[in-house]
Design a binder for this molecule. Sequence first.
Ligand SMILES: [Zn+2]
Length: 371
Amino acid sequence: MMQQEGKATFNIGHSFYRPSSQLSRDLGVLAAAVYKQQTGELRVLDAMTGCGVRILRYALEAGADYLWANDGNPEGHYTLRQNLAPVLESDRYQITHEPATRVFLQCALDRDYYDLIDIDAFGSPADLITPSLQALKYGGLLYLTSTDGRIVSGHFPQESLRLYGAYARSHPSVQEQALRILIGAIAQQTAAQHCSLQPVFSLYSGQTYRVMVRVFPKAFNLAKFNRFLGYCSQCGHYETLDWRYLSRAHCDNHNPPQPMSVSGPLWVGALHDRAFLQSMANLAQTWHWQKVAALLEVMQAEANLPPYYFPLGEIGRRGKLDIPPRDRLIQALINAGYVATNTHLDPQAIKTNASLKICVDIARSLTESGL
Ligand SMILES: [Zn+2]
């Protein structure tokens, strides 16, 4: 049966296709289109292409001018070739069936670098980070997927260390921790190659984590961006910690101060690039993608806030309050001089530069004033 997504019409055949992850493909296409507008070029390598829907959309909607569709499984070749037929008229493409690592290393040997590398892996992409960087053009976009939520949400801290070089702990804002551990791992690998990165956007949707980063040929101070996150299970307080102060990772809301659980090192820089998101949002408006434009607005608001969020249930539980209405609490925090917003990471949570204690106090005053 033929499927339709964006401008792509395609057959799934025996490959894996989830209609619910369209949002991640929409964002990828928008970012690719903005990149093409800015640089005039867009060579795309889709390392795990499946039935080819992503690369077809990069071609039809973002104007990709060279396509490399690779999938480790050759059984999908006929379906893939049929799906890509509308964009295979020129010789500006190749279809291969190799392990992704082999493709990246071949690119490096041939000095054949790509503007956008999309890796929609199942499980962890950790082993593909370094090889994919070898195939990426300077200034190019690397778009990674992780579906191993159980590892980065703190259930298997030693597995998290093995894959990402960081300990994950369990606490209320684990979806953000998952994204930041993944970015932190890419940042470390990037820094090891005397390069730097900037996250373009970070998406948590449908139990899947997707991170797009831009890599630049300029060394950066990794210690400024890959830091630790402390969480006090007694009162819910969060703190970003420098490695120098790990021995003092105690929550001062208690007498004596109580030890915090520490995760990381993880990325504590911006979660998204606001300027790039604005360009994506402008394009989304032009294309009448209202839902995506609304998401991009939320992402811009949350981009530069501290590396954690507060679920409303947590605020209610800690303050022994009824759960406050989200938008009223956000407005009250803004009125009190803080930055506060809803977050795409959890519809029932807020991101703010106010501490949990302040959120609880303000939520209580809302409850008491009958608002
Ligand atoms: Zn505490």
